[in-house]
Design a protein around this ligand. Structure first.
Ligand code: CP
Ligand code: NVA
Length: 310
């Protein structure tokens, strides 16, 4: 398990270069095609992924666990309730121990500092499966989804309406890497924390409808993220008017897509006729978690595969 090469982690979107993302997206296309054709592809026989969950999940657990199985490896699920993490074992010690027994680790936790400390003590690659500040795997799946539907995202306008949360911060980092522009509209008091990301590829709009003007992609997410449940009542009041509805979608480009990482609350951040309507690609986004994460794991464990343009 020990190696002299520096370990490559994926802790936030800015950890990868554009060339690396382009490679992973090409591999995701190939791996998706193999999956759809029932083609056995087992490059990771005897490799183990450990998944550490300190918050709930449906999509992230399922996509990592199924993905590792489909690549010929195994996945182990740990959560705070059943593991020693919930009894105060230092995260640094957990990183040491887990990385001596497995090949790759995914962590979903609270502060970004926790996953950074974990990774600093890990001998194997660590993937961010969501922190308070970042959700890079979801945004990678979303960009893959955009590319599948519309081609390159470079130069496009992506609108974010709602909370300045982990998804927005990963989108802001992605704008810097992929060269697109974000129109952002968040309620007062819930705006961008510039200590989390640094980019100038965005414009802030006071009016969420104005932020949708001419957009190629309109994006939103829950108003209350995991870990912020005590603020729910105050947030519901503050976010009044920030629903992505048909009127806001009508301001976007005629062929604009709608995305939401899910889970969604119809009637709060998105109207049912938008998320269930023809411009919505939310089910593709969810499915693509599987394919891009298989490509990501393959890249982190095996590097670039020669002749991969199959
Ligand atoms: N989008 C996403 O990460 O979903 P889960 O919380 O269900 O994993
Ligand atoms: N912003 C949401 C995303 C859930 C996948 C949260 O952190 O709860």
């Amino acid at each position: 398990m020990s190696t002299n090469k520096p370990i490559k982690h994926f802790l936030q979107f800015s950890d990868f270069t554009l060339a690396e993302f382009e490679y992973v997206i090409e591999r995701a296309k190939i791996i998706k095609r193999k999956f759809k054709n029932y083609e056995v592809y087992h490059p990771l026989i005897d490799r183990t992924l450990v998944m550490v969950f300190e918050k709930n999940s449906t999509r992230t657990r399922l996509s990592f666990e199924a993905g590792m199985h489909q690549l010929g490896g195994a996945a182990i699920y740990l959560n705070t309730r059943d593991s020693q993490l919930g009894r105060g074992e230092p995260v640094e010690d957990a990183g040491q121990v887990m990385s001596r027994m497995c090949d790759i680790i995914m962590v979903r936790t609270f502060g970004q500092d926790i996953i950074e400390r974990f990774a600093a003590h890990s001998r194997v690659p660590v993937i961010n499966g969501l922190t308070n500040e970042h959700h890079p795997c979801q945004v990678l799946a979303d960009i893959f989804t955009y590319v599948e539907h519309r081609g390159s995202i470079a130069g496009k306008i992506v609108t974010w309406v709602g909370d300045a949360n982990n998804m927005l911060y990963s989108w802001l980092q992605a704008a810097e890497v992929f060269g697109f522009h974000l129109n952002v509209s968040t309620p007062k008091g819930y705006d961008i924390d510039h200590s989390v990301v640094s980019t100038s590829r965005f414009t802030v709009f006071d009016n969420p409808s104005d932020a949708c003007q001419g957009a190629h992609l309109v994006n939103t997410d829950v108003w209350t993220s995991m870990g912020y449940e005590k603020e729910n009542a105050a947030r519901l009041a503050a976010f009044d008017g920030y629903i992505v509805d048909a009127a806001k979608m009508a301001r976007a480009a005629p062929d604009a897509l709608f995305m939401h990482c899910l889970p969604a609350h119809r009637g709060e951040e998105v109207a049912a006729d938008v998320i269930d309507g023809p411009q919505s690609v939310v089910w593709d986004e969810a499915e693509n978690r599987l394919h891009v994460q298989k490509a990501l794991i393959e890249y982190l464990l095996l590097g670039e595969i020669a002749g991969s343009a199959e």
